[in-house]
Ligand binder design. Structure first.
Ligand SMILES: N[C@@H](CCC(=O)N[C@@H](CS)C(=O)NCC(=O)O)C(=O)O
Length: 174
């Protein structure tokens, strides 16, 4: 998996100007102020428009969708930890740490797959995060077949990924 990660020197040098944590994502606003962390950036974008909201006002809908967002953010973090461990020289790599993160990912996917009714509901931050998170799984762990055990979840994801908002913003990976 080590070949999949490329934390370039360029990024290491430039990102701290935008985010003291040195991490993607960061947004430079028109007034040059900066917002960092994707969760905050999503909220900021949602605040800017008058259409249907990613962060619903209704409390129960809000908790449900935020929980899905946290689940997706958490499995994204598990993947990042795996990638970081895999960046270690082979003799320093700690396989139990990788396995532990893999178990988190696998449990989180199983949990997401049980929430297929919510995923098929309004397009709020939860479904968006899970769909983006699955894209990240495919990018970082291309050999991991994370959908075939969950046909309804796979169907939801395939349909969701056909939305123009998904196809037009898909990451371009060389
Ligand atoms: N919770 C953060 C996660 C940010 C994150 O871990 N980004 C990774 C890339 S996906 C990164 O920049 N890692 C570089 C590092 O940790 O030094 C967010 O959603 O923005």
């Amino acid at each position: 998996m080590s070949s999949m990660f490329d934390l370039t020197e360029d990024m290491k040098e430039k990102m701290p100007q935008y985010n003291p944590l040195g991490k993607i994502a960061a947004l430079v606003r028109d007034d040059d102020s900066i917002l960092f962390d994707s969760k905050l950036i999503y909220e900021y974008f949602d605040f800017l428009h008058a259409g249907p909201k990613w962060f619903p006002e209704d409390r129960e809908s809000r908790w449900q969708t935020l929980q899905l967002q946290m689940l997706a953010d958490g499995f994204g973090e598990a993947i990042i930890q795996m990638v970081i461990e895999n960046m270690q020289p082979e003799e320093c790599r700690y396989q139990p740490a990788i396995d532990n993160q893999m178990q988190k990912l696998s449990r989180a996917l199983a949990k997401s797959s049980k929430d297929v009714e919510a995923l098929n509901g309004p397009v709020t931050i939860g479904p968006v995060s899970v769909a983006c998170g699955l894209g990240y799984v495919d990018f970082r762990i291309p050999n991991y077949d994370c959908r075939s055990d969950f046909p309804a979840f796979a169907k939801w994801n395939a349909e969701f990924c056909e939305r123009p908002s998904m196809t037009e913003t898909a990451a371009q990976v060389d």
